[in-house]
Design a protein around this ligand. Sequence first.
Ligand SMILES: Cc1cc2nc3c(=O)[nH]c(=O)nc-3n(C[C@H](O)[C@H](O)[C@H](O)COP(=O)(O)OP(=O)(O)OC[C@H]3O[C@@H](n4cnc5c(N)ncnc54)[C@H](O)[C@@H]3O)c2cc1C
Length: 345
Amino acid sequence: MDRIYDLAIIGAGPAGISMAVEARYADIPAEGIIIFEKGSQHSWAIRVHYAPDKLVTENYKGYDVVPEGALGIKTLTKDESIAYLERAVSEYGIQINYSEAASSIKKVAGGAFEIRTERGVYIAGNCAIAIGILEKPNKPDYPLPRSLKPRIHHDIQSHILNDSDFLVVGGGDTAFERAAQLCGEGKNVTLSNRGSNFHRMCDENRQALQELERAGKVIVQRDSNIAKVENASGKPRVTFAEDEFGTKIFDHLIYCLGGSTPVEFLKSAGIEINKDMPVMGDGYETNVPGLFLLGDLSAGLKGGSVNWAFNSSHAAIRRITDKIISRIIETAEPRVNSDLSNHPE
Ligand SMILES: Cc1cc2nc3c(=O)[nH]c(=O)nc-3n(C[C@H](O)[C@H](O)[C@H](O)COP(=O)(O)OP(=O)(O)OC[C@H]3O[C@@H](n4cnc5c(N)ncnc54)[C@H](O)[C@@H]3O)c2cc1C
């Protein structure tokens, strides 16, 4: 441990990177900021979970989030979004320790934070957790045979594209994007959604899905519930609860059921959790003073977006600077205005 950082940030996605940029705007020197990133590159979740030709929409899930801070995007391609974040990292001289996951965060004597990684122990005055929710994808409530692990996924890895029959499960934008990507690859795609309408999808995706369906490129099973998944000679055999959908065998199942807050990790840092969600105050500060949650972790059940992540960092840095200013005011010596004190009664 060489130095005490002003700010440690866990995770180098849109939230973590924008927090570092906001800190630079608030005159925190680059040497005072450190980011720990589990992946070997920043924006790891975007690189892994977004389809190659995906458009990163500014109003994801239909939420119109107007950028309030230093960073903000209009609709960009995946590569442009990564390049935008890359530029922010290099222009602001942000130090990212790659392939270094944070394993624990705790408050130590003097009010600072001790961050442990597999490579060392670091101390920082403030700490922001920006690890997103994609590390912990939601799972279905029926059992999945272990033996089918190579056939059950949450994203599309290139090796599975050698096969042809895919079932995508989910009703949100991610489900649409996975289905559209597979259609683009000329695969047989079935999309199973528990609901009858795709109200969690943005309008553009809902329309695009209807077009794919009309063109016969995707079979859309509305109001379909999976009753069980079994191993049929190494492939998933899916039995739907509804007779009309029956039982079908696929090469691969792709679950797009969203992600969840890494509650245990947050609890271990002393963060209060209420009904599986972290409790936050102004600027997404938790009950542990100086410990912030950003990006998807700050967005609650409605889920986050890139611009949301940027705005959460702006709010957090405002909270940090407000606290510094009020501490300076509280501890300042009362000033004696010599002109006034000498003024005759
Ligand atoms: C398929 C898909 C499509 C989407 N499309 C859009 C869109 O079009 N427009 C839009 O605005 N939003 C979109 N989103 C949402 C958007 O990607 C997220 O809201 C945004 O990435 C959240 O940023 P974040 O920094 O909070 O988390 P993430 O982007 O998830 O980044 C978290 C980072 O933390 C790292 N990390 C995790 N654990 C640790 C650890 N213990 N230590 C260190 N590092 C760690 C991860 O490797 C990752 O780099 C989409 C999401 C998905 C899944």
